[in-house]
Design a protein around this ligand. Sequence first.
Ligand code: PEP
Length: 250
Amino acid sequence: MSRKALIAANWKMYKTPAEALAFVDAFLPLIAGHTRDEIALFPSVTSLATVVKAVEGSGVIAGLQNMHFAEDGAYTGETSAAMLKAVGATHTLIGHSERRQYFNETDEIVNKKLHTALKHGIVPVVCIGELLHEREAGHTAQVLLTQLKGALAGISAAAAHTLVIAYEPVWAIGTGKTATPEMAVEAHMIIRAELANILGSHVAKATRILYGGSVKPENATALLGEEEIDGALVGGASLKPDSFAAIVHY
Ligand code: PEP
């Protein structure tokens, strides 16, 4: 089964609306006519509406970096699924390691967010990955399975057809250290096998598993050339139109 790759930019807490607009203006001509892959931008919440409008008609997707699981309520500083959809966004990241690390996001919270996203028809990109000491202790597979099982608790195969997983080894995020293609493929195969256990082989074969962790133009071809790697979630190298476009054109 062939899976269309998704190349996604996670801008983290960078770019004002004006800077996001300048990026899109410079970026769209660089990827015009590119249909091989899906391309997504995940700006900050204050730039989301600007980006949605700016990419209209280009085929580029806009999504949120984080979304609350509640429908609404007294959750100061948070953004709901309805708010995301109201500005025309379609995707959300869930469980990015920076959310887990700095905002105490647990597998249980990730699971609740995933239920909410799927209920609202929002495409979820669920991020999982091991810490350096977990890899060094030989616990990578166990960590991935625990995170995956936790995220997918109570999710049916029918509901999961839009699910995207991003394998992001935490030690490779923003560090300049990249997993080798072999390491990434090994992790992706572990994830896909567990997806088959939980959701069945049909969903497992159709689910895109992205790699994230210091992807840049210089290593994109080797990583994305692997059949098991269905795209990339890119932080630092997605902040400049030319470097993100170079990754898109791997
Ligand atoms: C990320 O933010 O998901 C990421 C992978 O960052 P970077 O590409 O900078 O490592």
